[in-house]
Design a protein around this ligand. Structure first.
Ligand code: 45D
Length: 320
């Protein structure tokens, strides 16, 4: 194949509009640690209401339980220190264990801490806490985002906490984790306006069934998947592990697409649509695009998944 992953990254490059998500995260990163924790708490008390309880099934916590029990026994001052250490990415045993959790275990761990804070078992944000100017600015920036972008910001901050340069999707825990419950039965037949490529339709059907073997079979052996705000993940094993860790239970509702024949028999295909995560189910939809580069045999050499900057981008299918 004449394409490189690097050249594939720039197909449909008009999708790469500046996203408010990294901009908001950059603002957040400038806060001091207590302001970070307070901001996240305020943001979470709003967004957390939409979390579906089924997603936090007890089984998810099997790897976090030890840490949570340890934290429960601590004094409030020590509990606060643990949270500061996590947010500061300090080198402590707890921060190291946390970094090894899968994404979903990290989210479930904080969900549980949040419940403990509500129950008074873990130190809450001090009642006299006065929001600093910086916290107010970041909170205002978050309010400008749509719900799908807000939960993405929250998730990124949770993923980035802890100490260690761990590639979470290769966490050994991922294989041992129970499957994520689906909030909706997977749609049975996928149709996408403007798209007839069986590979693309099969990709979406496979993900909607959590059938990751079927999904990776659609790629070339050197094929790559580039998740939002991440580098490409290359090869069957790596893509499958990643999907097992992060694509379980997704509801993918594609809307429309465009397909362009390229000179050597390959094709570039762009699809836009909505993705729901099992954490929020139908309560929150994320506006997404997929940019596929298919080889002449219709195999996926590259697919990039992007969070759209605005719902208007759902209709922005022109090739530039
Ligand atoms: O006290 O085609 C804080 C791929 C601190 C695969 C907290 C995909 C303070 C291929 C942390 C705030 C996966 C790439 C407490 C498609 C504090 C593919 C608690 C896309 C208590 C389509 C915070 C998938 C908590 C996508 C509990 C785009 C926060 C998936 C919880 C996106 C936050 C999924 C949660 C997203 C956020 C899920 C549960 C954005 C979940 C977000």
């Amino acid at each position: 194949m004449v394409y490189s992953i690097e050249s594939a990254q720039s197909i449909f490059s008009s999708t790469q509009v500046p996203s408010p998500i990294p901009a908001t995260i950059a603002l957040f990163e400038q806060l001091n640690v207590d302001d970070k924790l307070a901001l996240l708490w305020f943001a979470y008390t709003e967004m957390g209401r939409s979390i579906t309880p089924a997603a936090v099934g007890a089984a998810r916590l099997q790897f976090a339980e030890g840490l949570l029990n340890q934290i429960k026994q601590m004094s409030q001052a020590d509990q606060l220190q643990v949270m500061r250490d996590l947010a500061n990415r300090a080198d402590t045993p707890i921060s190291r264990s946390y970094a090894n959790f899968s994404v979903n275990t990290k989210l479930a761990f904080w969900y549980e801490l949040g419940e403990f804070m509500k129950q008074g078992i873990v130190a809450p944000v001090p009642s006299g806490y006065e929001m600093s100017r910086g916290v107010q600015i970041v909170l205002d920036a978050i309010k400008q985002l749509d719900a799908g972008q807000q939960i993405t910001v929250l998730r990124n901050t949770v993923v980035d906490m802890g100490f260690g340069d761990v590639v979470v999707s290769s966490s050994p825990q991922v294989d041992a984790e129970p499957l994520f419950p689906r909030t909706e039965p997977a749609p049975t037949k996928i149709t996408v306006k403007g798209i007839t490529e069986p590979t693309v339709l099969s990709y979406i059907e496979a993900l909607n069934k959590d059938d990751f073997d079927a999904a990776i079979a659609l790629f070339t052996p050197d094929g790559a998947l580039q998740p939002p705000f991440q580098k490409p993940i290359v090869g069957y094993e790596a893509i499958k592990r990643y999907m097992r860790a992060e694509a379980q239970g997704l509801n993918i509702l594609p809307q429309e697409g465009i397909s362009e024949e390229l000179q050597n028999g390959s094709k570039q295909v762009k699809v836009t649509g909505i993705v729901q995560t099992p954490w929020f189910g139908v309560n929150v939809g994320m506006n997404i695009s997929w940019r596929f580069l298919l080889n002449s045999e219709g195999k996926i050499f590259f697919v990039a998944i992007d969070m759209l900057a605005s719902p208007a981008e759902l209709l922005n299918l022109r090739v530039r």
